[in-house]
Design a protein around this ligand. Structure first.
Ligand code: AMP
Ligand code: MN
Ligand code: MN
Ligand code: MN
Length: 273
């Protein structure tokens, strides 16, 4: 079992990096990456825990990128987290997150939801504030029953708490990952709210900007989705990655660890030189 897309408390995951590694190891994962949003703070702890558990660790990050008014997530794997260019880029994205979180708070306040910014900051525990933390606050304060409902009613595109954000360009995010010696992987390609033709253009733009791979098996996606993603990877000459995008043990349908059975014609990203 392999898992190259997971979150810890360094961004919007529920577990500490060490707890996450221990859970993955207990589930039989032998190769694991930590990929927090725009942040590498959890990597050292995860590396130590993986060493102790006898499993192979891949340092990673999930970078927020913008392409044609869409947000794309670019996972960087095998990164040197000390790389100054990468860290300068991530620092810029975290600054954008600070301003954006304030604005989300203002918009929710205008809708009669008080203290959302402070609540999200508290739930983030001093780390990167994401919409997940706002969603948790909206549940906690009784404005939504589930995280999904919080996104549907308040935080998703076109909803009152949504703030259009200019993240890094594809060229920038892929450039930072390459500067840090890593591989750039387009995360969860079938989960962007895009028409098929737009997704084809996004994949072409990702490839054109130097992207190396895309996720072919994503968490709880079904067999059809995997077959579709495998077809796109072949068509665009991208290597294949697998990841759960695990955040929280409270969603037991999406736990760490993927049976990595990729089609023979695709190169697994963990076998790229
Ligand atoms: P952000 O990067 O701050 O825009 O937050 C994006 C994160 O919100 C994603 O990485 C997911 O963890 C979470 N998220 C997005 N949509 C949903 C949803 N419908 N239900 C639960 N979590 C979601
Ligand atoms: Mn997340
Ligand atoms: Mn993502
Ligand atoms: Mn993710």
């Amino acid at each position: 079992m392999i898992d190259l897309h997971l979150h810890s408390r360094a961004s919007d995951g529920a577990l500490t990096p060490a707890e996450l590694v221990q859970l993955a190891a207990a589930r039989g994962v032998r190769l694991l990456a930590l990929t927090d949003h725009d942040c590498t703070d959890g990597l050292a702890e995860a590396d130590t825990a993986a060493h102790a558990a006898g499993i192979e660790f891949v340092p990673g990050v999930e970078i927020s990128a913008s392409w044609e008014h869409h947000t794309l997530h670019i996972v960087g794997l095998y990164i040197d987290a000390e790389n100054p260019q990468l860290q300068a880029g991530l620092a810029r994205l975290r600054e954008i997150r600070v301003t954006r979180a304030q604005e989300i708070g203002r918009r929710l306040a205008a809708r009669g939801i008080a203290d959302a910014h402070a609540g999200a900051q508290r739930l983030a525990g001093g780390q990167v504030v994401t919409r997940s933390h706002f969603a948790q606050y909206l549940c906690e304060s009784g404005h939504a029953r589930t995280l999904n409902e919080a996104f549907r009613k308040f935080l998703g595109r076109g909803k009152p708490g949504h703030v259009a954000t200019m993240w890094a360009s594809l060229e920038e995010s892929i450039g930072w990952i390459h500067a840090a010696g890593g591989k750039a992987v387009l995360a969860h390609p079938l989960r962007y709210d895009m028409t098929r033709s737009r997704l084809m253009r996004a994949l072409a733009a990702f490839r054109q900007a130097g992207g190396d791979a895309m996720e072919v098996i994503c968490g709880r996606d079904n067999h059809d989705a995997t077959a579709t993603a495998a077809h796109y990877a072949g068509r665009f000459g991208l290597a294949a990655s697998v990841g759960s995008d695990f955040h929280n043990p409270a969603t037991p349908w999406n736990l760490p660890g993927i049976e990595a059975a990729l089609p023979d014609n695709l190169t697994p990203v963990w076998q790229c030189s």
